[in-house]
Write a protein that binds this ligand. Structure first.
Ligand code: MN
Ligand code: MN
Length: 207
């Protein structure tokens, strides 16, 4: 791998926010002139696959570990137990997140975390701050992440800001928020391909 290219990834056992926010962040970095690529630390679940099928785009490459000195950006997590196994060998350049902070870093870093329902809500604000265009595709990715993390605004972690931004994104994405959101969440509940053991592990995170 190219050490000068920054790898951007969400947590292990990735959910829709972990995957979509890594791609949305990679696009932001590229628009700002930085060489960056989204990768993933685990399998794509059915809900997330729905977004890839809807957009007709490829999933990010899977990586098992990183090389020493690799530049990375973490999205949708900050704890090393949820990250790539050899994170200590990486150079973490930025973190964009919405979870409780449990992160130490020996050098200066861009660390952005807000108490909202979804990483993509934070990323929407960053796009606005940097005046980077939110295309229909990027809007669909951000919107999907917000719908997923807030369970279509029903989760207790959902804020008024998540909802207001999702409504703006639905216009750009040109979708009916309720219809698209319901279809996305329904795709995630299709368990037909799983074994009972896999079903138990679907939503488990490493603590
Ligand atoms: Mn997540
Ligand atoms: Mn999230």
């Amino acid at each position: 791998m190219n050490l000068n290219q920054t790898l951007i990834f969400g947590h292990k056992n990735p959910d829709t926010d972990a995957i979509m926010s890594s791609m949305v962040m990679a696009n932001l970095e590229k628009q700002l002139g930085n060489d960056a690529k989204a990768v993933r630390l685990g399998n794509i679940n059915k809900e997330t696959q729905y977004v890839f099928d809807y957009l007709g785009i490829e999933t990010p490459e899977y990586i098992a570990d990183i090389e020493d000195g690799q530049n990375v950006i973490l999205v949708d997590h900050n704890e090393k137990t949820q990250s790539v196994d050899n994170l200590k060998n990486a150079v973490v350049k930025k973190v964009v997140d919405h979870h409780t902070m449990n992160f130490e870093c020996p050098n200066q870093i861009y660390y952005r975390s807000e108490p909202v329902g979804c990483t993509s809500t934070v990323l929407y604000k960053m796009y606005k701050e940097y005046d980077v265009e939110i295309t229909k595709e990027v809007a669909t990715m951000m919107l999907s992440a917000i719908i997923s993390d807030t369970l279509l605004f029903k989760s207790p972690t959902c804020t008024a800001e998540d909802r207001a931004i999702a409504e703006k994104l639905a216009k750009i994405a040109d979708v009916d928020l309720e219809a698209y959101g319901t279809a996305l969440l329904k795709a995630g509940t299709d368990l037909s391909d799983y074994t009972p053991a896999e079903i138990i592990n679907i939503d488990s995170k490493l603590f």
